[in-house]
Every structure is written in C-alpha cells, then in structure tokens.
Design a protein around this ligand. Structure first.
Ligand code: HEM
Ligand code: HEM
Length: 130
C-alpha cells in the first residue's frame, strides 16, 4: 500500500484507536453523552477511511491523480474538525456550531469529490470484459 491509500489507512487506524478509547471511557464512566462522537469516529472515521484506502489500493492509477490528494486532505481536515467539534459541542459548548457546520459541508464535499473520482473508474469497461 502506498500514497493516498496508505494515508487513508493510517488515518483510519488513528480514528479507530481514538473512537474505541472514547467507547471504553463511555462504558466505564457510564456516561454515554459522547455517543454520537464515538459513533461518527468509528463509522464516518474508521470505516469510511478504510473503504477509501482499499479503493485507492485496488485502483492505483486513481490514487496517483492530484485530485485524490485533494480528496484525502479535504476529508482528513473536515473529518477531524467534525469529530473534535462534535466532542466539544456535546461537552456543553454550543459556540462551536459554526466549526461543525463548515466541517460537515467540507466532509460532504469530500464525498462528492470521491464520487467524481471513483464512479468513472468503476464504470470504465476493461478490455478483458470485452
Ligand atoms: C472498544 C470497543 C468499543 C466500545 C467499548 C464501544 C462502546 C460503545 C458505547 C458505550 C456505546 C453507547 C451505547 C448506547 O448509549 O446506546 C456505543 C455506541 C456505538 N458504537 Fe461503539 N464501542 C466500541 C467499538 C465500536 C466499533 C468498532 C464500532 C464500529 C465500527 C462502533 C460503533 C458504534 C455505533 C455506530 C454506536 C451508536 C449506536 C446507536 O446509534 O445506537 N463501536 N459504543
Ligand atoms: C456531513 C456529515 C454528517 C453529519 C452532519 C451527520 C449528522 C448526524 C446527526 C445530526 C445525527 C443524529 C445524532 C443524534 O440523534 O444524537 C447522526 C447520527 C448518526 N450518523 Fe451521522 N452525520 C454525518 C455523517 C455521517 C456518516 C458519513 C456516517 C457513516 C458513515 C454517519 C453515521 C451516523 C450514525 C451511525 C448515526 C447514529 C448514531 C448516533 O446517534 O450518533 N454519519 N448523524
């Protein structure tokens, strides 16, 4: 694994370690107030980044494009803003909402960019398929 695929996989592991630690903290403290932060870190963080990593691993040509690097940084920066912003919000600080709004839009834009990168790749007819 290399390039953007490896970046996404490393990000996925970081999300998993942070999200699971938060899950254990929630379970021990019996305070599930950060459940949405844990849920998004695990699913929108760990699982989605892992899917992106394996996509770019399976289709290395797509990962070599500059757009793939833009996809990585947009997803990484907005995703981290989303998770940290959500944590701060649920800790009782509604003032963080603008950061959450901007991060959400950035995260959605990252997914839109991924659709633009990935759909042509998976719909392209390979020579072996005839
Ligand atoms: C160290 C392992 C984990 C611990 C200790 C843990 C702990 C928790 C706890 C305490 C809750 C709150 C349950 C509630 O209040 O109803 C929760 C919810 C959740 N967890 Fe985890 N979790 C772990 C791993 C994972 C993993 C690996 C995933 C996904 C890949 C995950 C996804 C979720 C989701 C999506 C929810 C929200 C469920 C809902 O909407 O009701 N968790 N977890
Ligand atoms: C643009 C980014 C996103 C925003 C603004 C967003 C917002 C929300 C909101 C407002 C809820 C309800 C929380 C509650 O009732 O306490 C929610 C729940 C949930 N979302 Fe998202 N979401 C986003 C992306 C995603 C993605 C990409 C995934 C999965 C890949 C996901 C998985 C979930 C799950 C599993 C729940 C139920 C667990 C919970 O209640 O926290 N979300 N989301």
């Amino acid at each position: 694994m290399q390039g953007v695929a490896r970046n996404f996989f490393t990000l996925a592991i970081i999300y998993a370690l942070c999200g699971m630690a938060l899950g254990i903290h929630m379970a021990i403290s019996e305070d599930h107030g950060q459940m949405p932060t844990h849920a998004h870190t695990m699913v929108a963080g760990w699982l989605m980044s892992a899917v992106f990593a394996f996509f770019y691993h399976l289709f290395p040509a797509a990962g070599q494009k500059t757009l793939a690097l833009v996809h990585f940084w947009l997803t990484a920066i907005s995703g981290i803003g989303l998770m940290i912003g959500l944590y701060i919000l649920l800790a009782g600080n509604p003032g963080i909402e603008p950061l959450l709004g901007i991060s959400s839009i950035g995260f959605y834009a990252g997914m839109l960019l991924f659709a633009f990168i990935a759909l042509p790749v998976v719909w392209k007819k390979s020579l072996s398929e005839g």
